[in-house]
Write a protein of this length. Sequence first.
Length: 316
Amino acid sequence: MKTDALNRRLRFARPNPVVARLQLTERDFLLFEAINRHGPLPSHYLFELTKHQARSFKHLQYRLTELYNGDQAGPYLLRPEQQHAGYEARYQHLVYDLAPRARKALAERGALGRFSPRRTDPFLHQLMGACVAASFEIAAASKGLRYIPREEILSHPRCTAAHERANPMAIPLSSRGPETAVVPDDLFGLEYPGSGFRFFAVEIDRNTESIERGDQRQNAFSKKIKGYLDVLKYQTFRSHWGLPNLHVLTITTNATHGLNILEHLRRQDQPRFHDRFAMACEPSFGANWRVPRNVLSHLLEEPWATAGAPKDFSKA
């Protein structure tokens, strides 16, 4: 690495480390698959998801830098520029996303997800959703549970959504109205050994929209609640996704906002579905956001707030 007289890296020096020709390893593909499965992820999340293949966190950081710098054919990983807009950007883990070259490598291997979401939503929404989903996967493994990703659910023979609609995540509504479908931000399941399965639709809420609005044409969280109540009432999740049950998890950045959502749910006069909605708060992605310092394992380990009694999803 070229340095100046004070041993500082030259600002316009070539990227370091530089590899003449990158040879992808099994661990590299695990990294690509994790990002493809969840979305852009910080380096410490990637370590937790692949640590059985990594020597150390420092060694993984070095490899991530190599994949980011690439070789003569280009990089495999990207560092989204939006991550540098946070107040604590210089003091947090770097976030990585897939470059087109990595997607091509996954496709050639037959490991590119068919149902990975089209990431046109804002970067912070993507990052929060990816960290939440990866946290569930990591925490489930530590609890002896099997994490069932969206890809496995939508690829199952019982799921008709992949063949009927352009977007299999969009579940149609039975009631008549301006909203014809509800689209969750994520879909996953947990298998409890010897006790069965639970499946979850996930809503990532950064408190950027009101719960209710006077103008019905505007976005409001109440529309999603109404849509999910329709899905639960008519059990559309059975015919559309082939699931035996469904819970709706909302992760928000403000505790008061979350309690207001639950209060709105109580006013819908559908008490039999109150325990199907659960709420958790993660303030890391609020106004002064930062990449979480640790994996959000508390999302599975701590009971969730509901319109009725708190619910513990770490146990069957």
